[in-house]
Structures are given as C-alpha cells and as structure tokens.
Ligand binder design. Structure first.
Ligand code: GDP
Length: 430
C-alpha cells in the first residue's frame, strides 16, 4: 500500500513530524520531488533534526529511505546530512538512490545566486540551493542523471556540450568565471564515489515491494500553494508538490496511492515572497511567530523569520482538493491556546465580489480576507490524547475548519513529538 504525506499550504505544515510518526508502520519512505531547499524539523528520542533531503523515515531501522527520480539530489549535502544523523547516534539507515535521479551541480547553486543578485529587488527570495536552475536544466535535457556517472566517455562529451551554453551566460550576463570540462568532470567523479554503493532501480524496487504487500510512504516537500502548476506562480517552487506527482517522482502507478494525508496547519505561515491573503503583521504577528511551531516560526533551512497569518479556509480547501486528500492531519493546534478569539479567513473579497474559490495569482494579489472570529479555549491542550478531552471551543474550531475545507480531519497534532497526536473519527470519512 502506498500512502502520501503532503502539504496543503505553503510548506512547513509539520509534514516531517507526521511522516516520522507514520513511518513507524512503513517499510519504505520515498522523497519524490524537491531538493535541499526546504526542510523538515523532527523531534524524537535521538534529538531534534532538520532534514532537507533525507526522508523522514531514517530514524527507524526497519525502513528503507529512498531518493526518487523526481528529487533534485545535492550529493554532498545528502551525505553531510546522513553523517549529521549518524553522528547523533541514529543507526546507519538503509538508503537507496534512484539511478534516474538528477544531480544538483555546483554551478546550479551559483546560477541561483547570480540570478537573485541580478534581479535585486525583484528577486524570488530563493533559498539559493540551485533548485530552479536544476529543474530548468532537467527539462531542457541538459541535466545529469546519476546513471550517467557510470559511462564516463559519453559523460565527458556531454559536459563539453552543456558548458558551452553555461559559459555564455557566465561570461556575458553575470560576468563570472567560466566552467571547464575537467572541473565539472572531476566534481562528478567525486559524486560517483559517494553515491555508488546506494544506486539502484527504485521503480523496480518499489514494484517488488508492492507485490510483497509492503507499506510505502511518499513524503512531499512544501505544499500545494508552492506547486509549479497549481500554486501561486511564479512565487512557487520548481517542482510539483502534489501527491499526483508522487507517482512520477517515485516511479509507481498512480492508482497505487491509496491514502493521501494532507498536512494542514491550524494557522498559516509562509516563507519567501508572494500573495498571502490571511497574513498578519506587527505585534499580533510577532506573538504568533514566537509561539508558533516548536520554538518559533523560523525557516528550517535558512533561519529566516516566516511570514505568519490566520487560518485560510479558501487556500486550504483548494490545497486539500489538489492533493486528492483522504485524510487531513491538522497540526500545531497547541499553539493557539493563548488567544481569546481566533480569526479565520472564510472567503476572499476580490474587486468587490466575495468568493470561496482560490483564484489565479493576479486576482489573488487583489484579494482581501473576509474574517470570522471563533472563540478561543485559553488553555494548553498539549498532552491530550483523546478528542473528547479537548476543550469544547477547540473542538468547535476544528469542526468549523473541517466543514469549511470539506475534507476529513482524522489526525490532530498537539505537539512536536511522535506521541503528540489525537486520532478522530470524522463525519466526512466515507
Ligand atoms: P514540514 O516542512 O512540513 O515538515 O514542517 P517544518 O518541520 O518546517 O515545521 C514544523 C515545525 O513545527 C517543526 O519545528 C515541528 O517540530 C513543529 N511541529 C510539528 N507539529 C507540531 C505540533 O502539532 N505542535 C507544535 N507545537 N509544533 C509542531
């Protein structure tokens, strides 16, 4: 059986925690898109970890951690991360890297930096991890697959062809040092040494695992609103963050994905630029940011303060729909216990008209939030394990949001640890 854990919003919903929790019963955890540009924060008995490329199953010795073909693989970062995990006492995980995954090249990272520098004020707020140049090259067919490391003659020839184009940009657009075949080839040979013991045919491996009734978790990065096609283009990431892409990025049949757990945060947060209708500012925002997540809403990769806002029903309903949600995992509910009243954005007003449909970007930029205030519960709900034991106003908040988004909230997360979870029967679950 295949389950996907994906995000409904802008990322940072707490997917790492939910994946780590669900990985207890999984045999394989697969990353299927994205790269080292965003991170999951996971807290368990080994400590607190910021994972960027490693799947969140690495903490269990019964799981195999897989890098699917859809991932932007930064080879040195991947091995640094593996070391940082084993250095803290986690047993060396079983790892498999798809022979069809492509590699982030050092020049992708440099191009990312140079382009942000060139765009100055109009920059995308990229994490400068080389993700956009990487995916551009992948689809322009000038990227490098892991498999290509094992045929050195054609690899060298290809490098020669590829860098001609890169060097025109480096020399004339960015005025930076150019690339040489030898330098790029030497880098790739270093990468080859590192990845060689782990490379395999992931799609065939997963196909066999399914025949043996193994449980596979697909772990998404970021959320629907950062999806290249369905998100707030162009302030999106350069890959598809929706569960449907899990089939492509892992190499499995789409009908194998039976459960789609969409992680949805009890308030909103976002990193980077782009329209964010329910965003709040000033003291109200500072308080939420400092109380948010586990130790404040600051980026796992960059440490940047995240933009924060109240729950957005319009964006989250859309986010859940595009994921094909079977279950919503509603996270960080414990953070909201300090509020007398909790505003929720129930619809958007765009040019004088009210709508509950999430619009295209230029309309989104004109949208104003329509608020409804729900009563707070004014207490700490962490430690509660049964839904009935949550304060009435907290249950009402959850049930109101469930009704608004139209997808069953079957898990409620009330703390950063694996154990901080409340399972719930939802009236929306068929
Ligand atoms: P991801 O990218 O979706 O995995 O999310 P992040 O890891 O960037 O952000 C989630 C943050 O919230 C992490 O610091 C988690 O430890 C923390 N977290 C996850 N679930 C909960 C929760 O229910 N309550 C609290 N207080 N923190 C949580």
């Amino acid at each position: 059986m295949v389950k996907a854990v994906v995000g409904a919003n802008w990322g940072d919903e707490g997917k790492g925690k939910i994946t780590d929790m669900l990985a207890q019963d999984a045999d394989i955890v697969v990353r299927f898109q994205g790269g080292a540009n965003a991170g999951h924060t996971i807290k368990n008995s080994y400590g607190k970890f910021a994972l960027h490329t490693l799947p969140s199953g690495v903490f269990y010795d019964h799981t195999t951690s897989v890098i699917g073909n859809g991932v932007a693989l930064n080879v040195p970062k991947f091995f640094e991360e593996l070391k940082s995990v084993t250095d803290k006492g986690v047993p060396m995980p079983k790892v498999m890297i798809s022979d069809r995954a492509q590699m982030v090249m050092p020049y992708h990272i440099r191009f990312d930096e140079y382009e942000e520098e060139r765009l100055k004020g109009a920059a995308f707020g990229s994490t400068k991890s080389g993700i956009a140049p990487f995916y551009s090259d992948k689809f322009a067919k000038t990227g490098f697959q892991v498999s290509e490391l094992f045929e050195e003659k054609s690899l060298k020839e290809k490098i020669g062809r590829v860098i001609v184009q890169k060097n025109v940009l480096l020399e004339h657009l960015y005025h930076k040092p150019v690339l040489t075949v030898d330098e790029v080839f030497a880098t790739l040979m270093e990468y080859k040494k590192m990845v060689e013991p782990y490379v395999g045919d992931v799609s065939a491996f997963l196909c066999d695992a399914l025949k043996e009734n193994k449980t596979i978790l697909l772990e998404g990065q970021l959320g629907t609103l950062k999806d290249t096609d369905h998100g707030i283009y162009p302030m999106v990431t350069s890959s598809n963050t929706i569960a449907a892409y899990g089939a492509v990025g892992a190499g499995i049949a789409p009908y194998e994905i039976k459960q789609i757990v969409t992680v949805c945060k009890a308030y909103s947060s976002a990193v980077g630029g782009g329209a964010f209708v329910s965003e709040i500012f000033g003291e109200e925002a500072d308080t939420l940011r400092d109380r948010g997540g586990d130790g404040g809403e600051y980026g796992a990769t960059t440490g940047r303060p995240r933009r924060v806002g109240w729950f957005d029903c319009v964006a989250s309903r859309y986010g859940c729909r595009l994921q094909g949600t079977t279950d919503v995992a509603f996270t960080v509910i414990d953070v909201l216990g300090y509020l007398d009243e909790i505003p929720v954005c129930v619809s958007y007003e765009i040019d004088g008209e009210e709508t509950k449909d999430f619009p295209v970007t230029w309309k989104l930029e004109r949208a104003k939030p329509v608020w409804k205030k729900l009563p707070g519960w004014k207490c700490d709900v962490s430690g509660i394990r049964k839904y009935e034991e949550l304060p009435e106003n907290c249950r009402k908040y959850i049930e109101f949001i469930e009704e608004q988004i139209g997808y069953p909230i079957t898990m409620i997360s009330n703390g950063p640890s694996r154990e901080d979870i409340i399972y719930r029967e939802s009236p929306l679950k068929k």
